[in-house]
Design a protein around this ligand. Structure first.
Ligand code: FES
Ligand SMILES: [Fe+2]
Length: 407
């Protein structure tokens, strides 16, 4: 551990991506939204869950992309392979599975009882001799491209993705894959909600530090002053346009409640102050910046719709999914390592959960008002400063993805 007073906070972003105002119509235009569905949500890698959600043969989750009216089955077969299929029975098109998760080594369609195995093969047809010329081997579930990285399952609706997932996620390298894929990560808690806002606005809200001093003036502004939240952009990356980082000030400023200070003695989930009792998944070398005494977390934007926060002992995944140009589904999930072993750690966990609930509420409440002003045509462009550079990088990536090449 170095001396806090001599460890510099990295500088804020530059203007390397330009300074011009960004038009706002990509948040509100129906025509743009239709193109996003085709060129982004049918072409890029989408995070759909954790590999541990389908830990054993027959475990499944279903994933619904509202804007596309597409439901996907993710399951694990008897060989241990994770597979993905359109949730579409090849008999007459019903959803084969109707629950968000479950276990079914054989998936039975609820309409007429066609049965599919976890490799998608049509295994049984009631009254098969009622059909005429019939080849079951040609009537398996339609496959969807799927891969696993960092313990997360990603799908791609492009049957032949233009870029493999591992390459798509560069500069997140094998160290990230290993660290995030550690089996010790356990789901802690999460929330989901719909917002009357474009799906990208909920991403924008999490990828810059400029808002912290004002938005979080009643909570964490003293713990992460805006100038302690620099950013990096990765113009050559296909799937990771930018990250924002968070550091503590040398001297805590602003609000530190007695409850938060007490909580910090017992675990890592409080952002308010340096914890005295942090735990971590093994081998965070090259992932965690924890040799910097003031570092709190890095948050990576995974194009198109994920913000992945990596903190010592905790990861946070925010995902948004489009419903319409001005409506989206927002989900957030927290994962921790280690078991809660005593009341102090339980207290820390609960305090962290309540605190982050308040912080997220502060982060997201602006989105619906912004959307109204875009929809009404009152605000036609937005202005982005150096500290908000991830938003400009996100916009650049969006516009290149809209060419529809998958890159
Ligand atoms: S639609 Fe599935 S068995 Fe008929
Ligand atoms: Fe925030």
């Amino acid at each position: 551990m170095g001396n806090a007073s001599v460890m510099a906070i990295p500088p804020l972003g530059s203007h390397e991506l330009g300074t011009e105002a960004i038009p706002s119509d990509h948040y509100s235009s129906q025509a743009f939204f239709e193109q996003e569905k085709e060129n982004i949500f049918k072409k890029t890698w989408l995070m759909v869950g954790r590999e541990s959600d389908v830990a054993e043969h027959g475990d499944y989750i279903t994933y619904f992309i509202d804007a596309l009216e597409v439901s996907i089955i993710i399951t694990r077969d008897k060989h241990g392979q994770v597979n993905a299929f359109y949730n579409a029975c090849t008999h007459r098109g019903a959803h084969v599975l109707t629950e968000p998760c479950g276990k079914a080594k054989f998936m039975t369609c609820g309409f007429h009882g066609w049965v599919f195995d976890a490799e998608g093969q049509l295994a049984d047809v009631p009254g098969e001799d009622l059909f005429g010329d019939f080849d079951k081997s040609k009537l398996g579930l339609k496959p969807v491209s799927v891969d696993v990285w960092g313990g997360f399952v990603f799908i791609n609706l492009d049957p032949k993705p233009s870029v493999p997932l591992k390459e798509y996620l560069q500069p997140l390298n094998e160290s990230f894959d290993k660290y995030l894929g550690n089996k010790d990560w356990t789901w802690s808690y999460g929330w989901r909600s719909t917002f009357n806002a474009n799906w990208k606005l909920l991403v924008d809200a999490q990828i810059e530090g400029y808002h912290v001093d004002q938005t979080h003036r009643n909570t964490i502004a003293g713990a992460i002053p805006g100038t302690y939240a620099p950013a990096d952009v990765y113009p050559d990356s296909i799937g990771v346009p930018a990250r924002v980082c968070a550091y503590r000030p040398e001297e805590m400023m602003g609000i530190q409640t007695d409850v938060a200070l007490l909580s910090a003695k017992h675990g890592a989930t409080s952002l308010y102050t340096k914890s005295e009792n942090e735990f971590s998944a093994d081998d965070g070398a090259g992932v965690l910046n924890d040799d910097h005494p003031l570092w709190i977390f890095d948050a990576y934007l995974l194009f198109p719709n994920v913000v992945l926060f990596i903190q010592k002992g905790q990861i946070l995944v925010q995902r948004t999914l489009p419903i319409s140009p001005d409506k989206c589904l927002w989900e957030v999930d927290f994962f921790h390592t280690g078991e809660i072993e005593n009341f102090g750690q339980l207290f820390n966990s609960e305090q962290g959960r309540i605190q982050i609930r308040d912080v997220l509420t502060e982060d997201l409440y602006t989105a619906e008002g912004i959307q109204m002003n875009f929809n009404a045509g009152i605000i036609k462009e937005i202005h982005i400063n150096r500290q908000e550079i991830p938003i400009r990088a996100y916009y650049h990536r969006l516009m290149s993805a809209m060419k529809g090449t998958g890159e």
